[in-house]
Design a protein around this ligand. Structure first.
Ligand SMILES: [Zn+2]
Ligand SMILES: [Zn+2]
Length: 332
């Protein structure tokens, strides 16, 4: 039996710090499971929630949508999961199943979604509830902390990678959690990965080289060869024209973040010749199943820094300042 109360890091108001609270352990609804959180990754989107860049949070909210944990109780209508199972909980926490997007295999664009750690309490806590249909089964013998970044950085990164098409020469702008996972998959699949980091970030550039990237430099630099496609993970709008200049005719630039600063005006000539700029929103469950299968085969090894749950504010600050190589993960 789970305890009656738990520790959680809660956001009362955007623009303020999270507070450690002792609150009741939630009860799973009919379609939900109660999960004992083993680890929860800290994603850049959490920063956008905490800062108020995303304007529709439930408040107060427990952030965190890269949850890995053990099912400890199930709602009465749950059939696919039983206590003891290791699961991952992603950003996509719920969809309506009835809107035009849900009915055409585009549940990532659902008109009435619920997102984990935004509208649904997330994983910066000892326990969390999640809709069983949106949980991903994970191998129980893996290191939960290393699995956590796969749940968003990996998964939404993978959707962005899919949207970049068959690119042989792939550029990645912003070499954080998502990039370090995607680079491994792309290198494994025989692609040439070019990594663009914050100006002069030698540590990130060396890390990219270690992971098999053929070139690593600053975002202001031009790559040594034209790229077939580029993915922008950094929330920096000025990277869009930079990436457009770096891709070949017909090349695609994918904006992978949920929030980005304004894109500066640019001449039509850099978009001309069928270059494409597109965004990627959220994930579908199909993306998740596909990616987790590929990640297990590649295999992908995540680089993480562990923080105790109570140090969530510190983890967010380190992510903001770029002081983390790889991904930050909270351990309850
Ligand atoms: Zn829908
Ligand atoms: Zn995320």
């Amino acid at each position: 039996m789970p305890p009656k109360t738990m520790k959680a890091m809660m956001l009362d108001r955007p623009g303020t710090e999270l507070h450690l609270r002792e609150i009741a352990v939630p009860e799973p609804g009919r379609h939900q499971v109660l999960i004992e959180v083993l680890a929860c990754g800290v994603c850049r989107t959490d920063l956008h929630v905490v800062d108020g860049d995303l304007t529709e949070p439930k408040l107060p909210i427990i952030p965190g949508h890269e949850i890995v944990g053990t099912v400890v109780a199930t709602g009465m209508d749950v059939t696919g999961l039983a206590p003891g199972a290791r699961v991952g909980v992603p950003w996509l926490g719920h969809t309506c199943g009835a809107c035009p997007y849900c009915r055409t295999q585009r549940e990532n664009l659902c008109d009435a979604p619920g997102f984990t750690g935004y509208q649904i309490d997330g994983g910066y806590a000892d326990y969390a509830v999640a809709d069983a249909d949106y949980c991903f089964p994970l191998p129980a013998d893996g290191d939960a902390a290393k699995q956590a970044p796969l749940m968003c950085a990996g998964l939404i990164g993978y959707r962005s990678y899919r949207m970049a098409g068959e690119a042989k020469r792939l550029g990645i702008y912003g070499f954080g959690a998502a990039a370090h996972i995607l680079a491994q998959l792309a290198v494994h699949q025989g692609r040439e990965v070019h990594a663009f980091t914050r100006s002069g970030d030698r540590m990130a550039q060396e890390f990219a080289a270690e992971l098999g990237c053929v070139w690593a430099g600053s975002s202001e630099e031009e790559p040594p060869v034209p790229l077939d496609a580029a993915i922008i993970f950094a929330p920096v709008g000025s990277l869009v024209p930079a990436a457009l200049k770096a891709v070949v005719k017909g090349g695609t630039v994918v904006c992978a973040g949920i929030h980005m600063s304004d894109i500066p005006q640019f001449p039509y000539s850099i978009l001309w010749e069928e270059r494409v700029v597109r965004s990627v929103a959220n994930l579908t469950r199909r993306d998740g199943h596909e990616f987790l299968e590929l990640a297990a085969k590649a295999p992908i090894e995540t680089e993480i820094r562990r923080y105790p749950l109570a140090n969530a504010n510190r983890a967010l600050a380190d992510l903001r300042s770029g002081a983390i190589t790889g991904a930050a993960v909270l351990i309850p």
